[in-house]
Design a protein around this ligand. Sequence first.
Ligand SMILES: Cc1cc2nc3c(=O)[nH]c(=O)nc-3n(C[C@H](O)[C@H](O)[C@H](O)COP(=O)(O)OP(=O)(O)OC[C@H]3O[C@@H](n4cnc5c(N)ncnc54)[C@H](O)[C@@H]3O)c2cc1C
Length: 467
Amino acid sequence: MNTLHDAVIIGAGPAGMAAATLLADHQADVVVLDEQSAPGGQIYRGVEEMAARMPDLFQLMGADYARGDELVARFRTCGAEYRPAHAVWQIVPREDHHEVWASSAGRSAPLRARNLLLATGAMERPVPVPGWTLPGVMGAGAIQILLKSGGILPEDLVIVGSGPLVYLLAAQCLSAGARPTAVLETTPRGALAAALPLLPAALRGKGPSYLWKGLSYKTLLRREGVKLFHNVTDIALQGEVEVTDIAFTSRGRKLWLSAGVVALHEGVIPAQQIARALGCTHDWDPLQHCFRPRLDGFGNTTLPGVLIAGDGGGIGGARAAEHSGRLAAAEILFRINILNGEARDGLALPERRGLAAHLAVRPFLDRLFAPAPWVTAPADDVVVCRCEEVTAGAIRAAVAQGAQGPNQAKAFLRAGMGPCQGRMCGPLVSEIMATALNRPVDDVGYQRVRPPLKPITVGELAAVEEN
Ligand SMILES: Cc1cc2nc3c(=O)[nH]c(=O)nc-3n(C[C@H](O)[C@H](O)[C@H](O)COP(=O)(O)OP(=O)(O)OC[C@H]3O[C@@H](n4cnc5c(N)ncnc54)[C@H](O)[C@@H]3O)c2cc1C
């Protein structure tokens, strides 16, 4: 506990690994905590294991996934202290450092950090449609986790949603030998026309490679004869015990499909719980309907000594995450007097160029895949807070009874007070209340996030007191 580390990084995805590697290369004392059992984050989850044990599947996952293997190998040998299976559940600000509490194997211990880098990535946007809480319905990311962590493939899969991950998942399943029954694309009619003015800018930098990838996935789906439905709305997932059917409308036609597993996906949004708990300022992004932390060009938040890199600072993808990780690391090296300002800026220059090249396509994608109104304004009878089973209608009724913001919604309804502590429903509750109150979402604000940020047992807490 007594060691005051130069930096503690939370998250061993591309951003955290890239930052740790640069810091360690400069002899900084850095510890990386991650709740997963191996490095890689979301995109490169299970990459070492798959490369070693399932080489055929590893090949089929494509070059983007294979890149993770190199990144992980470099991180493993960089000299940073890596602590896998450590879930950070509380951070306590002290006078000149932060105390970071992580739980591992049922025990919790604190670390002291002069600088704290949050590289905790993104989460899938919740997709509140009737029946989304049925067993067998999951996020597209969950299917990827099954695939990447164990080579497990779902049968009778219907993929529903909008955004690059929809096509990527379908292509990954196909490559791995599991043909999805259908892909139901929910991108609204008119989205492409609205995004087209942004296309010329998207063709700069690395933009064409992203657009090309997207097109090649769609071509693969067509070539393989996967059923594609467009402009899908009015989705209802049905089943007595688990999901068995999906009803929907596509281009005005009411349709129905049977489904064993349904993957829902409406894009990813920054994971904000830790930054929120610390009190970092966030701003509402009206296009992507999510909060983003307010950052400067190095990833500094509004709190001294707290930085954010990667998708947690705004969605940019894995390669952008690496660049932003190294930018944050350069800033930390400056703060701990290993680099002077000039050297920091010199290191930052190529990272900024790389970041800009990878972000060039984002405005186009963000516009094209902006969530449809039904995603962010669910019908009254749809459950919004899954943990406490609170519907959108109950939240609107609480507003009618005088609730002025998400913290009052907690008192009225317990929305956001279950095991996930509002991680899933938080942004939705804010937006539903803001609409009902006819006020800006920034004004209405967000649920106050309290520890434990990850569930821990009372026994573990009690043991902490005894230490
Ligand atoms: C479910 C999902 C699937 C995705 N799949 C793809 C894909 O296949 N291809 C693609 O290009 N992009 C994908 N993305 C986007 C992709 O994750 C990012 O662009 C990229 O991984 C961002 O890197 P990062 O380092 O910012 O975060 P991540 O890679 O997400 O890494 C964040 C890390 O932080 C750790 N962490 C978070 N909270 C805590 C905590 N409290 N305590 C300890 N550790 C913590 C997590 O375990 C994770 O390892 C996906 C995103 C999501 C949410």
